[in-house]
Structure formats: C-alpha cells, structure tokens
Write a protein that binds this ligand. Structure first.
Ligand code: LLP
Length: 412
C-alpha cells in the first residue's frame, strides 16, 4: 500500500499534485509520503504485537532527520552503522537506549562515541572487534553491552551484493567461533555479551531463508543454555523485501506468523532492524525529460536525474517502475537515462512505458530506501531536494544543494 495514486489521471502524493511539487521545488526531487512511512512501520509493529519487539529502523535506508524523527515519535529505535549515523540519531533525539550499532569496520573513535552515549548495544562482527571494544570500554571504565553477530551460512536468495549471511560474506561470526567466544565471555571484563544478532541480507521476498537462519540461531541459544549461558536479546536484523515490479513478498503478518513461534521459544527480547520495508515505497524520485533522442538502434529519454541521484539501477540492475505524472494510454519502448558521462547511467532499459515529450515529468517509483541515502555529487551535481507530504501539507526536509555546497570543504 502506498499513497502515490492517480486521480483524474494526475499523480498525487497523498492530497498533493506531484506535478505542482515538481514545478515548485524543481527536479530531480525526492518526495515522501508521511502516512505511507508510518503505515508501514505500524503494520510491522502490529504484526509482531504478540512479542512487542523493539523496531530499530535502519538509518542507512534513508537517513533524513525528519524521517528519523517521524519514526522515533512512534516509538522506533534506530539501527546505525557509523559515527555519522550516531550523530544523526542524536540530532533526531533518539533515546540512546534504543540504538543498536552494526558494521564490520567500527573505528576507535566511533566505538568511543557510542560507548560514551550509552547505546543499547553493539552488534559485533569479529573477535578482533570484540577485543577492541573491550579495550576501549576499559579505558572509559565502563561495562558495555554487545551482541554477537552470527553468520548462519544461509542463502538469502537475493542480489549477491546485498546477501550477507553466507560464510563467504564479510559479515558476522560463524557458529563455532561464536560458541568459543561465548565460553570465554568472562575474559572480556568490560563487556556484557547480552545477545545475538543476525542479518542475512536485503530485499528478501520469501520467509524460508529467515526461518532457516532463526532456527539455526535458536538451536544455538539452546546449546548455550545447556552451558549456563543465558542471553537477553535476539536481534533478527532487517531484510524484508518490497514490491518494485511483480514481486510477491511475504506480508508483515505472514512473516510474523512464521517466525513468532520460533522467537517465543528463545525467551529473549526481540529486536528488528527493517529499513526498506518501512521507507522503500514511501518515496519517489521525480525527474524532468530534457531531451528525446533517437539513434539508429534505440530511443533514449534523457532526464535530469541520474545515477548520482539514484544508483540502484546502475549498481544492482535494480528495477524501478517509471510512471508519468499525467496518465497516457500511448506507450513506447525506450531507455530512460541520466545526464552523467557513463553508459551505466540509466534508470530503465528497453522499458515499455507511457509516451512522454520534452518538458514532461516522470516519477521513479519505490525510491524511498537507498535512494537519496546512496546519492552522490558525481559529475559535480548538487544533490536533490527532499520534501515530505502529509495529507495537504508539504514540508521541505532537505534543501537542494548549491554549487557552493559542492566546494564547501575544498582548499586552494
Ligand atoms: N541491519 C543490517 C545490519 C543491515 O546491514 C541492513 C542493510 C539492514 C538492517 C536493513 O536492511 P533492509 O531492511 O533495508 O533490507 N543498498 C542496497 C541495500 C543494502 C542493505 C544493507 N544493509 C539496495 O539498494 O538494495
């Protein structure tokens, strides 16, 4: 469900004409629907109400402060992966006790900051990192909570770049090594190893890989109990897939129905880290058609947004629907490409889509997650503006960057 719909053949975000936003704020422009965002968060929350997990929204999916604030106001915590995201979490006034921190490469400075702020716990990805956090906590004279990120060696059945739960991936610690670490847990005097974490990948559309991973971890938890090792938290990560094209992902309710019995059995407090599920279909990227170009082989629709604004098609060959702002029954096959000097700069290839002309706008759908947050200044292009719509209300939540912003930190 999302709040981007046609009324009288014109595309609206909630009660606001998308065309009006494009004209007012210029393009490329990210537009978010507040009610879609909150609806997705609440869907997950209610599907899991029986076990009342702490939902730590994954900041990397879309880290705009207004998005974070909106979710925090509804009770969400945050999943962070850097000092920068910790900074954002604080700016959005997220209670430290609702922040979990993953990443295979946390620096001393980042660890120091997170311990000092008193985050809920670190998701630790290697023995070396565990030792380092222990050392830094000792220096601060603190005991800090950590969860061991388990690599369950499960095939997530998703794009290989975003699959994280196989032993060939850099993430987490294998079960045997984790077991050894947990047996020696009292050696880490400044750590309270209080939980386990798994995150097997992203855009996972079937529940089977999740179930397999949770089963493995839950057996592991039993094995630990036998040794008298009792934990407090199980963080089951994010990864829930959404509809981009014709996927039929498991709904939040189906996902919950499958895994709640397994989770209950662990007796642990559950944490989840969804990103895409919450924000993916809550955002669109609006671009303007600059030129139509015919070559002997193809038709190109050249738009003013490119791979610096949305890198998913170039990086993963990801599919995003492209809708006209005004419905049009005539269709044509074309490549939708950006202005960047690379042939990988496309938003759609050989796409059968509504016929457009120069000056028209197009909406690149389902771009709320990993859209703006992965954008860059490549080709010295200022990054897009972001606006949030709630019913009739429109708020600019990030100004368009200027050329001055591009060179702000440069020194001649
Ligand atoms: N937790 C951890 C530890 C993660 O690494 C991630 C995502 C999440 C949670 C949130 O996953 P989600 O619920 O959004 O699937 N740039 C890629 C996706 C990369 C995901 C990275 N980790 C894309 O555009 O598809």
């Amino acid at each position: 469900m999302h709040e981007f719909k046609y009324r009288n053949n014109q595309l609206y975000c909630e009660n606001v004409l998308v065309g009006r936003l494009a004209k007012t704020f210029g393009t490329p422009l990210y537009i978010y629907s507040y009610h879609t965002l909150i609806d997705h968060y609440l869907k997950l929350k209610s599907a899991f109400s029986k076990i009342n997990p702490l939902i730590c929204y994954s900041v990397k999916a879309n880290s705009n402060l207004s998005i974070l604030k909106a979710l925090i106001a509804k009770g969400a915590g945050l999943d962070i992966v850097s000092g920068g995201e910790l900074f954002r979490a604080q700016k959005a006034a997220c209670p430290a006790g609702k922040i979990v921190y993953a990443s295979v490469g946390k620096t001393d400075k980042e660890i120091f900051a997170a311990i000092s702020k008193g985050i809920l716990f670190f998701n630790v990805e290697s023995l070396a990192e565990l030792k380092n956090i222990n050392r830094i906590a000792r220096g601060l004279n603190k005991i800090t909570r950590v969860a061991i990120r388990i690599n369950p060696d499960v095939e997530a059945k998703t794009h290989k770049y975003i699959s994280t739960g196989k032993l060939t991936n850099k993430f987490g610690i294998d079960l045997d090594s984790a077991y050894k670490i947990l047996l020696l847990r009292t050696k880490f005097r400044n750590l309270n190893i209080c939980g386990l974490h798994i995150h097997i990948g992203s855009q996972i559309t079937q529940s089977a890989p999740f179930v397999e991973a949770i089963k493995k971890v839950s057996n592991f938890i039993q094995r630990l109990k036998v040794k008298g090792i009792v934990l407090e938290y199980l963080n089951i990560g994010g990864g829930l897939g959404i509809i981009y094209d014709h996927e039929a992902p498991q709904t939040a309710q189906l996902y919950a129905d499958e895994i709640i019995p397994l989770l209950k059995k662990t007796g642990l407090k559950i944490i989840m880290e969804p990103g895409r599920f919450i924000v993916g279909n809550a955002g669109i990227l609006v671009v303007k058609v600059l030129y139509i170009k015919h070559t002997p082989k193809k038709k190109f629709i050249i738009v003013d947004g490119g791979m610096n604004d949305l890198i998913r098609p170039a990086l993963y060959c990801a599919y995003h629907n492209i809708w006209p702002l005004v419905k049009n029954a005539k269709v044509e096959k074309a490549d939708v490409v950006g202005p960047i000097c690379e042939s990988g700069d496309f938003l759609a290839k050989e796409r059968l889509m509504a016929k457009v002309k120069e000056g028209d706008y197009l909406a690149v759908m389902s771009t709320g997650a990993y859209g703006f947050s992965m954008s860059s200044n490549y080709n010295s292009r200022p990054r897009a503006a972001e606006v949030m719509v709630a019913k009739d209300k429109v708020l600019v939540i990030r100004k368009r960057e200027s050329c001055e912003d591009l060179i702000r930190n440069e020194i001649i």
